[in-house]
Design a protein around this ligand. Structure first.
Ligand SMILES: [Zn+2]
Length: 305
């Protein structure tokens, strides 16, 4: 049986952790956080899993790695990490991601073994991977044995730019205090917002994948309708057994308190962000954002019909 992956694509700080958490609480799907970072932040740095244990001590991930890779050395993990990162580094020049360089053989072997072992450990449930990099999603799509559907999640570019400018501690990092990455200027975030959202849209188009296009703000206004629409588009079945612990690799700190998931639009940027930055962001992203919102409204209408 093929491995089912619901891939969350988009730019960071767009609400993927809360959406992943709510989906898995209602549907037969398991949130994994950002699998892209499994080798670096999980195996090599031994950061905290969402269950609260260090990654290499977490029974879930220990089983997965043993099943998929047998005796895994740090050297192997470092090689696999580099291979996964190659998927992020490709800069597409063509309009279609389907024409960008295909995955390397090693990537396909490693991803096949990893997602296969996760899927077996979760009895074939759909795997929600919030890695978000569209090009990594494109490589997963082309990996034999993996069936990908895409949830493209986007948020107001001003909210995202503001969030990227804030210093947020990463509680999963052990040892020295470490902070979630921040962007030096709103402009950097703006360009990255445009890039990630453009290629996330292309990911669904290029490979003709089943998928959902969701605005985080609209999701916050009506989470129930959105969850049902996403589940229908991604073929998620209602959950019949309670969801166990959330073994997520990396993501927003709220994954450590999965019993207290709270949908919050967080519009602090309206007060905190300089009016000039807001205006420039709106000017540069306005038409793309409007197009995404129109697409998301059309998706909701079709999926809820
Ligand atoms: Zn765990």
């Amino acid at each position: 049986m093929s491995i089912q992956v619901a891939y969350v694509s988009g730019f960071g700080r767009s609400g993927s952790t809360i959406v992943e958490g709510l989906l898995q609480s209602r549907y037969a799907a398991s949130g994994l956080g950002e699998v892209f970072f499994l080798w670096e932040r999980g195996v090599l740095r031994n950061e905290l899993c969402g269950c609260g244990l260090r990654f290499r001590q977490c029974p879930f991930w220990s089983d997965v790695l043993k099943d998929g890779f047998g005796r895994l050395t740090e050297f192997d993990a470092a090689i696999y990490d580099l291979e996964f990162k190659k998927a992020r580094g490709r800069r597409p020049k063509m309009a279609s991601l389907a024409r960008v360089e295909p995955p390397t053989e090693l990537f396909s072997d490693v991803a096949g073994a990893l997602y296969g072992a996760i899927s077996r450990r979760l009895d074939g449930e759909v795997l929600i991977d919030s890695s978000k990099y569209p090009l990594y999603g494109a490589w997963l799509t082309q990996t034999p044995g993996i069936d990908v559907s895409v949830l493209h999640l986007f948020r107001d570019p001003r909210a995202v730019a503001h969030s990227w400018s804030q210093l947020k501690r990463r509680p999963e990092s052990v040892g020295d205090e470490e902070y979630m990455s921040t962007s030096r200027s709103a402009l950097t975030s703006v360009w990255r917002w445009k890039w990630f959202n453009h290629w996330s849209d292309e990911l669904r188009e290029s490979f003709d994948l089943p998928g959902a296009l969701v605005s985080y703000e609209a999701f916050c206004d009506d989470p129930e309708t959105h969850l049902r629409a996403i589940a229908a588009a991604l073929s998620l079945k209602p959950r019949t057994t309670p969801k166990g612990e959330w073994h997520s690799v990396s993501g927003n700190p709220m994954r450590f308190s999965s019993d207290k998931l709270e949908v919050r639009k967080d519009e602090k940027w309206r007060e905190d962000m300089a009016p000039g930055s807001q205006a420039v962001t709106r000017m540069l992203c306005g038409s793309q954002h409007r197009k995404l919102r129109r697409g998301a409204a059309a998706f909701l209408q079709t999926a809820s019909a």
